[in-house]
Design a protein. Structure first.
Length: 75
């Protein structure tokens, strides 16, 4: 699994999930409940993960929606 998005913004997370659902890309969301509970800390963020095989396609979907600035870059 590769991390696609890391955010405390529930609206952004919902939008990305809808985009991936529409594109038929499977994903998992890690730490969402902790992020929602401790959003004010901004240290624990929800992480949307996709398989390594679907990562490039997910990046294309996000870029097409104008969300390239929200793609998590670990470097």
């Amino acid at each position: 699994m590769r991390e696609l998005v890391r955010t405390n913004d529930p609206v952004l997370l919902s939008f990305v999930r809808a985009l991936l659902d529409e594109a038929g890309i499977a994903y998992d969301v890690f730490d969402q409940h902790t992020s929602n509970t401790l959003f004010w800390l901004e240290t624990i963020q929800a992480r949307l993960m996709v398989t390594s095989v679907q990562y490039d396609r997910a990046v294309v979907v996000m870029t097409s929606a104008g969300l390239e600035g929200h793609i998590h870059d670990p470097d």
